[in-house]
Design a protein around this ligand. Structure first.
Ligand code: SF4
Ligand code: MG
Length: 329
């Protein structure tokens, strides 16, 4: 499939002086048209920072210190995201890319109805639509996410958490963007509701053919719902492969640990062993492989040399997998 978003060599720091810390290092990642790409990793691994950086929503002290991000329009022209003007960015967000943030369901305005919040997005970006057309579109958007049209008149507090989250997804889809990024969109909801929402999203993706970047610390959700998974640790991608490949045969010891931290949904039961210790602080990133203090397989070069993301030596060609670990160099 053709690329819709390409990230190369992306570096992000927090701070600009001598106390600046590296938040993202050497991120290379491609999102293909129509695919669901999962980003996994414990909190603090850089997943949200990556989402904010590629959408230019990174707030100070976060600064992009290197790399490139390109958006590829369906026609073929390329947009250099890191050099867009504020006006270009406003048009780009919502229309070509939209985001559903962590806790987004709490960002609905409590004093406005669902109808007025949905139609506000349309008013701002589609001045060509008449009032009745906006109303029809709002109904259509709600039904896309499985909410009946009579809830248009509801205020946010009259809806369940799951419904509010689905309203946010409807808003994100309002202008038919090519890319939807969801950052832990469902952590505030129970597991059954999370799964329902994700299933709906994947169905919509098939119907509307957008691409999804789905960010969560729960890798079992990604195994079920994404096509490919990139696993992050200490601000770097440490493994990237098809969801089935990661599940069947995780190569990076951290990927393996993550898979043993959540109950398996299908297939043989895994023992839940988790990962000893806790993720590093950005200000105290271990030298070499940042995972080495927690890695049961660490050996001689691990605390000195940073392992680079590369195709592992023993890997079938069709795997298209990359791993950053000295075991696989
Ligand atoms: Fe473990 Fe070394 Fe691989 Fe890092 S590079 S994951 S410390 S074996
Ligand atoms: Mg986060």
């Amino acid at each position: 499939a053709e690329p819709v978003l390409t990230i190369s060599g992306l570096n992000v720091d927090y701070g600009t002086d001598e106390r600046a810390v590296h938040a993202l290092r050497d991120i290379d990642l491609t999102l293909h048209r129509g695919e669901v790409l999962g980003l996994a990793g414990e909190s603090g691994s850089g997943k949200s920072t990556l989402a904010y950086a590629v959408t230019r929503l990174l707030a100070p002290p976060g600064v992009i210190t290197g790399g490139e991000v390109h958006y590829h329009r369906p026609g073929g022209d390329r947009l250099d995201i890191l050099s867009l003007s504020p006006e270009q960015l406003r048009a780009f967000r919502w229309q070509e890319l939209s985001l559903v943030f962590q806790g987004a369901m709490n960002s609905l305005n409590p004093v406005h109805t669902v109808h007025s919040q949905l139609t506000d997005v349309l008013k701002a970006h589609r001045p060509d639509l008449k009032k009745a057309q906006r109303r029809d579109r709002a109904k259509e958007l709600l039904s896309l996410v499985g909410i009946s049209a009579d809830r248009l008149a509801a205020y946010p507090h009259q809806l369940s958490g799951g419904m509010r989250q689905r309203v946010m997804i409807a808003m994100a889809l309002a202008l038919e963007p090519e890319i939807v990024i969801m950052d832990e969109p469902t952590t505030a909801l129970d597991v059954v509701m999370q799964r329902q929402i994700l299933r709906r999203l994947v169905q919509l993706r098939e119907q509307l053919n957008f691409s999804v970047v789905f960010i969560t610390h729960d890798i079992s959700l990604l195994i079920e719902f994404s096509d490919r998974i990139a696993i992050m640790y200490g601000g770097r991608i440490v493994e990237e492969a098809g969801a089935a490949e990661i599940y069947r045969d995780p190569r990076h010891p951290y990927s393996d640990g993550l898979l043993h931290s959540f109950p398996a949904l299908h297939g043989p039961r895994r023992e839940l062993t988790g990962i000893p210790g806790s993720p590093p602080h950005l200000s105290a990133m271990p030298a070499g492989c940042a995972f080495h203090p927690r890695c049961g397989k660490a050996f001689e070069p691990c605390d000195v040399r940073v392992p680079l993301l590369a195709t592992p030596a023993q890997s079938p060609a069709e795997d298209r997998r990359t791993v950053a670990c000295h075991l696989h160099a």
